[in-house]
Design a protein around this ligand. Sequence first.
Ligand code: ATP
Ligand code: MG
Length: 568
Amino acid sequence: MKFSRMFIPTTKETPKDASLPSHQYLVRGGYVNQVGAGIYNFMPLGKIVLDKIRSVVKSELDDAGCNEVQLGFVTPLELWKQSGRATKMGLEMLRIKDRKNGEFVLSPTNEEAMVDMVKNRVTSYKDLPINLYQINTKFRDEARPRFGLLRGREFLMKDGYSFHESEEDMIREFHLMEETYKKIFTRLGLDFRVVDADSGAIGGTGSKEFHVLAQSGEDTIVVCKSCEYGANIEAATRQPKEVKGKREKGKEKVLTPDVTSIEDVSKFLDVEPSQTIKAVIKKAVYEETQKVVVFFVRGDDELEETKATNAVNALELVDASEDDIQDAGLKAGYVGMFGLPKDIVFVVDNELKDEDNLICGANEENYHLTGVDLKDLSDVKYDDLIAVQEGDKCSCCGGELIHTKGIEVGHIFQLGTRYSASMNANFLDRNGKTQPFIMGTYGIGVSRLISAIIEQHHDEKGILWTKESTPFMVDVIVSNAKNEDELNFANEIYETLKKYKVEAILDDRVDARYGFKMGDFELLGFPYGVIIGKKLVDGLVEIVDRKTLEKFEIKKEELVGKILEMIG
Ligand code: ATP
Ligand code: MG
């Protein structure tokens, strides 16, 4: 491809809201342009990268025996009613009406449509297993679209769905997909971690996420310094914390005027925060109702919101207002598990089970209870509610846990019969019995990957594409395109590289100066540059490595051989 014929509108302007390098460079490099909140066009270079990533994903999936299909982007709401998700999906799912008042949605994911495709077409265990996938546009009306392609509203996702006759076979496929995803992310040159994950609203049991490690990642990942353990903070576990230095306190109701925070309580009663119980009041949102719920964790622990949401089976948790708290009969700052209003749902963290000699609110203004023994409470719902902190001990090996940041680029689920059962998608098993398909589901953020690659591979000048993601491997830069010898030789090199199947671009722009061309080379991030300049008369040209920006001279006859050797 020749620069002079290609639409690459590079610019020095950085969009105002672009805080991340990936967002800035994609726009400045003319890879993408924004048309609305979370909606992007892919310009020629962006489209090449997108297709390259897509083709890596496709080749590995096809190799693993998956079949590519393509579903309609618009799906009838009726399908979502069949699965029961029409009311569960919330505002992220955009609904539209056609001229006949028919209701549709812009697909945020496609479990329903894929089950519908297979239903009544696959009828026997003999036709199983199958794994169908598509690489197609998704729309999610994200509350806060941001960071360019990282959190768009319209984005490209690979979504795959597998169908099995047994749980065992689904788990086999789950492991195969884990291995396949590892191959994909390795080929793309990414430093990533596979971690345990929360299964969220899609439902299901086992689930793993693939995270590209990057400081700008929105997810907190807990990893062990000593073993392979890794989990999203939403699902991370730890060895129960050992609590030291507990002071004996009698069972008493004590006056604690204006003492409401954990810090104040522990100071006032001269105990460690770990001896107190923290009450976190939230409003749980359900399909039809909302109600105030209370979570109890140790004073020096923090509530993990996703775990808490799952513990009360809510769609989401939102902050409870002062009025909500008052209307529920709760005394903010003095809430404890003994003597709560009867209709208040509460959950206690697992690690407090069997604990005694603790301190909590007395559910009465200005009072706390000391010497609290949780065994005195019956019918308590215990669950894992806490956010694992740095320095906590690994539940696998006792090693030290630390936090790191990740960008979620893939997610695989063991789904089970959640959709096949509700949508009546069945097959005849080996005993002639009708059974719902056992399913797995597997996603990759294809457009998000573009940004993730840049977040991990860039410098202060621009992008550093990895070999399988770069739009071009070599940029043949003609220092002065008005000089015919330079231009002719560059052309020759460009044609020879193409013959060797090296993806090359020829920067033959007549009206762009050398410095400007180098600026574009640095910004655009192609791995190697060849500079054809004044020394051509002496038979010399230069090669520049984008990563190090180191240049070296080479005889013009040796150029192609050297390039072939460098790109391997
Ligand atoms: P997140 O927690 O980041 O919102 P998710 O858990 O909602 O992601 P999934 O439903 O598992 O995502 O979707 C599969 C993949 O699609 C994700 O792993 C991610 O890479 C990608 N993805 C999800 N939402 C977006 C988005 N708004 N923009 C770009 N890619 C996305
Ligand atoms: Mg999401």
